[in-house]
Design a protein around this ligand. Structure first.
Ligand SMILES: Nc1ncnc2c1ncn2[C@@H]1O[C@H](COP(=O)(O)OP(=O)(O)OP(=O)(O)O)[C@@H](O)[C@H]1O
Ligand code: NI
Length: 303
């Protein structure tokens, strides 16, 4: 799949380029990458919420008893059969996603009714480790950050979706609450859902990730088993990204990302950072369930 977004001046933002990966049921896939590389646009494409200015190419297959190509589905199909029902979204900001004048209980009950969900609002709250007696009557402004993120997750679960897309679900939370929310997402994967966890909060999210995908300048350059990609990445961008984390040395990622309106046809990362590039921009298998583009071998080994 490729996604380009049109700008008023006629230029195109190349937000997602030649994406080719799976989100297996029953697993948490952590998607990491620096700000602006295209992670949220990717999630919007998966839930059929791209802006009207978007130009998309390719296909996104949703498996199951009622298989569907999300990119080919029309708005009516997306609205009545996909969004919330088969693909749920935990949005980035609790502040803008929760209607301020409705209680948590009312918001959840409405979502369950609209989506024809089988699980009552109180049980959804219990599923995200909130006590319905204490929380259902609260208004969004009365929730702590951690509670608000859990309410967003409960809302995303109202239609019992097969796929759960979570955009920075631990943003603004302290480490304990962040780990708590990450644990909830892992619990959802264990019920059989495919969870895509978009996050900069590697410390909180890595422990629950089964797989890790790393994106730079609109391209996923490596995807594979979490421990391999986190500890022994083959591609030098994931290594540079991990090295930039406070807990892993705080060394800045070299160079500046090129504007997505002006990406080169060849590898934007190796142009920016230097180093040898194999020139192969598609993901190639290097080990079971481990895919790498233009990388040069397990960079972390021996370090
Ligand atoms: N509606 C839009 N029209 C034009 N460009 C857009 C639109 N939405 C996003 N973009 C651009 O697409 C690119 C990717 O944005 P995206 O939000 O996906 O990044 P991200 O990786 O999620 O960043 P962050 O980690 O900061 O959330 C950015 O250059 C952004 O400015
Ligand atoms: Ni390269």
């Amino acid at each position: 799949m490729s996604v380009q977004l049109g700008l008023l001046d006629g230029r195109w933002v190349h937000a997602v380029s030649d994406l080719d990966m799976d989100l297996p049921a029953g697993t948490v896939t952590l998607l990491a990458g620096e700000s602006g590389c295209g992670k949220s646009v990717l999630a919007s494409a998966l839930i059929g919420l791209l802006p009207p200015t978007a130009r998309v190419r390719g296909q996104v297959g949703l498996d199951g008893p009622d298989p569907l190509d999300l990119l080919a589905a029309d708005d009516d199909v997306l609205a009545t059969r996909v969004r919330g029902r088969r693909v749920g979204l935990v949005p980035q900001s609790a502040g803008t996603a929760l209607t301020p004048t409705r209680t948590v209980g009312a918001l959840l009950s409405e979502a369950v009714t609209t989506l024809g969900g089988a699980v009552p609002a109180a049980d959804l709250l219990r599923e995200v480790w909130l006590d319905p007696d204490g929380v259902a009557d609260l208004y969004p402004h009365q929730l702590s950050g951690g509670m608000a993120h859990r309410v967003l997750l409960a809302l995303a679960l109202a239609g019992q979706p097969d796929v759960l897309l979570c955009d920075e679900p631990t943003a603004g939370l302290d480490p304990e609450n962040a780990a708590h929310v990450a644990g909830l997402l892992a619990a959802q994967a264990r019920t059989g859902r495919a969870v895509l966890l978009i996050s900069h909060d590697i410390a909180a999210c890595a422990p629950v990730a089964d797989r890790v995908a790393v994106m730079v300048s609109s391209r996923v350059v490596e995807v594979g088993p979490a421990t391999d990609v986190l500890d022994r990445p083959w591609h030098d961008y994931p290594q540079a990204l991990w090295n930039s984390l406070p807990e892993r040395g705080f060394r800045p990622v070299p160079g500046d990302p090129p504007p997505l309106t002006d990406l080169p046809d060849d590898c934007a990362w190796h142009r920016r950072a230097g180093g040898a590039c194999s020139g192969v921009l598609t993901l190639e298998p290097v080990a079971p369930d481990h895919w790498v583009s233009c990388g040069r071998g397990p960079v972390g080994v021996g370090c």
